[in-house]
Design a protein around this ligand. Sequence first.
Ligand SMILES: Nc1ncnc2c1ncn2[C@@H]1O[C@H](COP(=O)(O)OP(=O)(O)OP(=O)(O)O)[C@@H](O)[C@H]1O
Ligand SMILES: [Mg+2]
Length: 616
Amino acid sequence: MQQFEEQDYTKRFSLSLWKKILGYAKEYHKDLYRLALCMGISAGCDVVFPLMTSYAIDHFIPTLDHAGSTQGVPVFVIVYLLLLAVQVYTIFRFLYLGGKVETGVCYTIRKRAFRKLQELPFSYYDRMPVGYLMSRMTSDTQRLAETIGWSLLDLAWGSVMIVAASITMFSLNWKLTLAVLIVVPPLAVISWWFQQRILHAYRAVRKTNSKITGAFNEGIMGAKTTKTLVREEMNMEEFTALTHEMKRSSVRAASLSSVYLPIVVSLGSLATAYALWQGGQLVTVGGMTLGVLQVFVNYTVQFFQPIRDIANTFAEMQSAQAAAERVMTLLETAPDIVDTPEVEAVFGDNFHPKKENWPALRGDVEFCHVDFQYKEGEKVLSDFNLKINAGETIALVGPTGAGKSTVVNLICRFYEPTAGEIKIDGVNYKERSQLWLQSNLGYVLQEPRLFSGTIRDNIRYAKLDATDEEVEHAARLVNAEPFILKMEKGYDTDVGEGGSRLSTGEKQLISFARAILADPRIFVLDEATSSVDTQTEQIIQHAIQKVLSGRTSFIIAHRLSTIRTADRILVIDGGKIIESGTHQQLLRQKGAYYNLYTNQFQEEQAMEILGGAAQA
Ligand SMILES: Nc1ncnc2c1ncn2[C@@H]1O[C@H](COP(=O)(O)OP(=O)(O)OP(=O)(O)O)[C@@H](O)[C@H]1O
Ligand SMILES: [Mg+2]
């Protein structure tokens, strides 16, 4: 998805955005103040040390003007050591606090973002690619936390350092200070100019790098497809172009850095040389002590460091602003399916349900004049009406893209009607909480999702307090046990990430068992048995009839032989119900269902004959 590719950031520094982000770091405000204080004290020590040296030079060392004396040396040593101890302690504190703030802020933002992801409805995930969300959750939050933890503190350190050093220099000799500080404005401008470009170049490197990782990924995952399509050469060319770009941007970043540093050092040295030259003259005529000259030289040598830090911090913050903005967008996304405050007050929210107020769900479902569209202007359903009584088994059939899955998605409230209403047990489902409905739903999808863990864990996922006996009973009902027992560790076999070690059919059986265990009032099977063999499917059919009697169920299946026993079959085309009735009734009508059924029947027979011929 092109529109989600990382954009280069050229926007201006936005204070309001950072204020908002800092709002998310509220718990750490105290630590931040402490951190700034430590940085300030540490910078103060850096300013005081040259003054101490200056005192030592002027008082303890003999010169032409005065004889050296050792009086006061012990006090001096003690003060010096104390100061050193203070600085060592503040350094220890700010490293500790910086780390604490960084991990803490990262933790807080990730927790919020994760919670947000739990709240957002299906439609959000239609729009957002997984990779995009992953990098919001990981690298962006990390980047933000780093910036808040460290960059702001560099700012504190640098400012204190510059201000304190300037004041001291002015108080010692304002003329020389002015002369020396002339290099500061060009230094600041140059630093700002370079730091921005250097950061920019490094970002380009990172971006290309993630593209390369993506290409590796596709190259490996899609190796089979590549080979069958004979695309090796093209892939190679694309990859070479990427790595070439990587080389170019890396070299650019390196050259910028290599030009910047010498410039800064030379400017600093020029200032130092000037201070030495002018100050030296002053010393010879007696206008300045050697100690004070030493202070000047020391400060000017040190001066460029904070300036560089500050320039770097601003550039860093400006570029982290993109990350900040993306994370904030995620955190501030308003879900389009929400329970009203009145509903929440009675039924509770997703994290704190008030189950004592939940009415029992019977399972009557009614669509009243429902319109629905995924995208503006592309209506999938319009004025859709349907009434189903509790306990009925409804089959939905029809061509690809007809709107079958859409109908059941609406029933589950994964999406809401854009007009009209859906009633469950005679009440518009928006008047009850999402969790109430979804706790009473069992949903088995064409592409089932399992979670890392054992088969047992995965079945139990729907009802955490189920006993082993209940879990195994559910598995037996859907005929999943034979394959489970064949696995190395039976029910305790690890299914791999997302169930990657199982076949699609096996995953379907497990999600089936999971749905049965949940004991839902409404059952939705969307192509749930499309990947299991016909024999297993028949066994599941029997199980369904046994387990589902008395519950409302919706079955979508391409294989029509599996839905013959449904109480009602709805033929859907173009978002409309074009036929409705039992298998027998619809066959007698000789309409769309009849055609679908006879076609499929003939196909199946032809396949059987072909299969038989091949075996013979
Ligand atoms: N998440 C989505 N975003 C945008 N459009 C969608 C989305 N899901 C489905 N559609 C569109 O809505 C229409 C109905 O799709 P639906 O998935 O309900 O069909 P279906 O009958 O279940 O088809 P199939 O038999 O292939 O599963 C299609 O035109 C499809 O392109
Ligand atoms: Mg579908």
